[in-house]
Every structure is written in structure tokens, then in C-alpha cells.
Design a protein around this ligand. Sequence first.
Ligand SMILES: NC(=O)c1ccc[n+]([C@@H]2O[C@H](COP(=O)([O-])OP(=O)(O)OC[C@H]3O[C@@H](n4cnc5c(N)ncnc54)[C@H](O)[C@@H]3O)[C@@H](O)[C@H]2O)c1
Length: 306
Amino acid sequence: MPHDSSQPVAVITGASGFLGGRLAIKLRRHNWQVVGIDSEALPGVLTADIRNIHTLRHTMVPHFDIVIHLASLLSARCESDPTSAFDVNVGGTATLLNAVADKAPPALLMASSIAVFDQEHATDDTPVRPQSVYGTSKAMSELLIADATRRGSVRGHIARLPTVAVRPGPPSGAASAFASTMVKNALDGVDIVVPVPPGRRIVLTSVETAVENLRLLADAIVKEEQAVPKVINMPGVGVDVDAMAEECLAAAPVPIKVRREVAGDVDAIVGSWPSRWESPAAIRLGLQQDPSFASIVAGYKSCDLP
Ligand SMILES: NC(=O)c1ccc[n+]([C@@H]2O[C@H](COP(=O)([O-])OP(=O)(O)OC[C@H]3O[C@@H](n4cnc5c(N)ncnc54)[C@H](O)[C@@H]3O)[C@@H](O)[C@H]2O)c1
């Protein structure tokens, strides 16, 4: 790919994924060049496994302004397969850091997760205390990036995302996938299942807001016009899951029913994440916040990204 110096260049790992694919489209609309990398082949995405340094180095373009590291296994998959979770999420991140270490320290932004925290309340500087394999693997990746930054081989940034909804298609490997399923089923006129006990709260961001915030953050990091904190919580709105179910009922085109079928494995993971969430640094940087769960549902209905 020829390098046009008027266009910033982003390398996105996990570019075939839910957020990676949408972020690539969004960045290109904002005049970025994007090199997408993923182990899953998709048109326009280079095939490389982040655990393989040779293919990574071979795939890496000579010039880029930022690596946006999204390749990862998600929460439920990690809990059922810890070996692969640490191999991909931790080993893959270490290999990626090695693969870019010979550049003039590149900016790197990794999508981390609310799952690095435990229950109740988390703000930007709350100590990490993961209670799941996924959260532990993400916290370990954060440490790897912080250490590479300390050593001067990258300029690392961490964006901790809450659950992103509504995810189209089949449920993902995330324990929180039920939030998206509730909305999709309701809008399709199908009964919905609540797999967590009464009183459970989760923190959500819409896809549009999550992707736009990643773009804004990458832009701020690359432009270096303002100090961007190394670690931030990305904005999200805390919602009671039973209130979500009420909103879903209201949004359904035909009368539907809500059933509670608590799934212990899902609740063990989702219930270990913070139910109250603050992101003051992101708000200071001008990142966006969804006003409510209802607005997330409305956004899903009118979204122009795939
Ligand atoms: N979606 C959410 O609700 C959410 C919430 C918090 C954090 N995050 C983080 O955001 C990032 C993107 O999430 P997503 O929802 O798009 O996930 P996703 O599963 O849709 O996409 C991840 C992509 O990574 C790729 N991948 C996995 N292993 C790989 C490997 N070894 N080499 C190369 N590519 C590999 C997959 O093929 C997939 O395309 C992840 O890091 C995730 O932890 C997501």
C-alpha cells in the first residue's frame, strides 16, 4: 500500500471482528488508510495470527501511525478454554509488541475490558482485580503494554470497554451476549430470556458510540495535540437487566413474554463485573456517552454501519 503522508495509517488487529470491521469502515470514511489483520480471512483483511511473529512481521506495512489491537478471545470462550485465552490474549499481545518493537516507537491502542475490575464500582484509577479468565488475560495484556511503554518500545494506550450492544448475528463468545440477544429477539417479536437474577446491572455502550470513541481516541493519540491518558474507561451506561427487559417489551412489534432462566455460568462472569462505571478521563477528552438503554435500542434500529 503506497503511503500518502496526508492520511494517517492504522493497523487494526481483529479487523474481521465485530468492532474491528466497523472501526475500519469508520476510519476510512474519515480519510484514514487502514491495514486490517485477522486470523479469520475476510475480503480486504490480511490473514495473520497474532501469535506468529513471522507472519505478523511479513504483514506489517513499513509505515503506520497507530496499531489498534482488537484481536482477542471473548469472555465465555476464555472461561471454557483458559489455555487458548492466555495464548491468544496474552501471548498474542506479547508477540505483537515484539513485531512492532523495531519501529520508531509506534502508538498502540488496545481494547481492554470492564472485566479487569471486580464488582460494584470502577473509575479510571480503580485497581484491577479480575474475577474471570478473560479479565485476567486482559489485565495481563495491559501490564505487557505498560511495560513495553516504560521500556520505550511502544507508546501504549488502553481503552477499557464496557459491553457493546447490540451485536448483530449469532451470539458471540462473550458472557454478556444475552444483552444483544434480548434486543434482537424483542425486535423480531420473539420471547426473551433473562439469564441473570433480579437486581443484576450491566454497563453498556452502543456499537456506534464504541466505534466512534475508538476513532476519536486513535485520532487524539496520533495527533498528540492533547495529553491522552495511558489508561481510560470508555463511556458506558449502567442498566438494570430487568429494566432492559421492560424496554425490550416496549420495543417489540408484537406482544412477547419475558422468561427468567438464570444461567449460572453466564451470571458468574457478568456478575463479577462492575455495575457502576465512571469514565471521567474519556469525558474530558470529548468522547461520547449513550444517554440510555432506550437510545442504544433506537440506534440499533437506525444504524447505517453493518
Ligand atoms: N464486544 C464487546 O462487547 C467488547 C467489550 C469489551 C471489550 N471488547 C474488546 O474489544 C475487542 C474487539 O471485540 P469484538 O467484539 O470485535 O470481538 P470479535 O470476537 O468480534 O473480534 C475479535 C477478532 O479477533 C480475531 N482473532 C482472534 N484470535 C486471533 C489471533 N490469534 N490472531 C489474529 N486474530 C485473532 C478473531 O478472528 C476476530 O475477528 C476485543 O479485544 C475485546 O476484548 C469487546
